[in-house]
Design a protein around this ligand. Structure first.
Ligand SMILES: [Mn+2]
Length: 321
């Protein structure tokens, strides 16, 4: 029987079998993403196909070359340069305005994940992963999770529950219970539903309101998709600082000491194991050597400022968005 009368569209079949995994990076993040992608490859099911799609704005030819070289038999690596469209303009303008106040998240790269549904029409489902992660299991298993009626699946943010100021912020300023507020570092997405919701225009509409927020991209996601987010098991976004990594499928060095700066990081050795064999190992070693006490103090100050900001914003009478 020819493929044309079998009743099965072979391209469609191929597409639904491939596991698309998106990273959003800049030159600074390329070396961390390389370690994450390497660990993804090491844990991939040899019987399945994966497509790593790297979304970027500025990424040097040398960095793209080094990342592209990592390709394996069943894990493809592709690049997508972000275009400066109307949505991007709104985001970049907002970030430029916020960066003056030393905001952590005043960088357009944090918002690229919101474009995935709009830009990658062939896919109905996809995964977004932060660069400060390491895979411990097959990401195909995350892809296989049924979303039911939900739009995305993500893990409830464990860092929020640890800080009373963050709890009060998400509940008062965002109107989201802290037991529902998720971390946007690992997302399983129903891209069809996100397209139908016009997610990117909903998000940029909120950005235009120009509210001062603690973690904008993540806050918008929680507000826009409230009630339609499935809670992922913590093993898919396990944050080794203060958590038992036993049984973890994905480690996320979120808002904590980074193994590329510090020696005493829980599971840090797993990061270095994943970094080995990538073309970025030397860069990472040099970065660690260059890290000073002053850098450490600056990082600690930024976290303190974030908590202070959460405290201030939590005193609002009604939700900000
Ligand atoms: Mn992260």
């Amino acid at each position: 029987m020819s493929i044309f009368n079998s009743g099965v569209n072979p391209l469609k079949k191929f597409r639904t079998k491939v596991v698309p995994v998106f990273y959003t990076i800049t030159n600074d993040y390329a070396k961390y993403a390389a370690a994450s992608i390497n660990s993804l490859m090491k844990n991939a099911n040899p019987k399945r196909y994966y497509r790593v799609i790297i979304m970027y704005d500025r990424l040097s030819l040398a960095n793209r070359w080094r990342l592209r070289n990592m390709v394996t038999k069943n894990v493809a690596i592709e690049f997508h340069k972000m275009k400066f469209n109307l949505y991007m303009q709104i985001i970049v303008r907002y970030c430029a305005k916020r960066s003056g106040s030393g905001d952590f998240f005043a960088n357009a790269v944090y918002y690229y994940r919101a474009f995935i549904a709009r830009l990658f029409l062939p896919y109905d489902k996809g995964i977004y992963v932060d660069s400060d992660t390491i895979l411990m299991g097959d990401i195909g298993e995350l892809y296989d999770i049924e979303l039911g009626d939900n739009v995305v699946a993500a893990r409830v943010d464990p860092k929020v529950a640890m800080v009373p100021e963050f709890v009060r912020y998400v509940e008062n300023a965002l109107g989201v219970s802290h037991t529902d507020y998720v971390n946007s570092g690992v997302l399983l997405m129903d891209l069809k539903r996100l397209r139908k919701l016009h997610y990117i225009s909903r998000m940029t509409d909120l950005i235009k309101e120009d509210a001062d927020l603690v973690a904008p991209d993540q806050d918008y996601l929680n507000v826009i998709l409230k009630g339609r987010i499935m809670k992922l098991d913590k093993k898919w976004n396990l944050q080794p600082e203060g958590e038992d990594p036993d049984g973890a499928k994905l480690l996320h060095f979120n808002l904590s000491k980074k193994p590329w700066y510090h020696d005493d990081v829980n599971c840090g050795e797993l990061f270095w194991k994943a970094a080995k064999g990538t073309g970025f190992y030397g860069d990472l070693m040099r970065e660690k050597e260059k890290y000073t006490i002053k850098d450490e103090e600056e990082a600690a100050y930024k976290i303190k400022a974030l908590i202070k900001k959460a405290d201030k914003l939590s005193k609002v009478k009604k939700p900000l968005l």
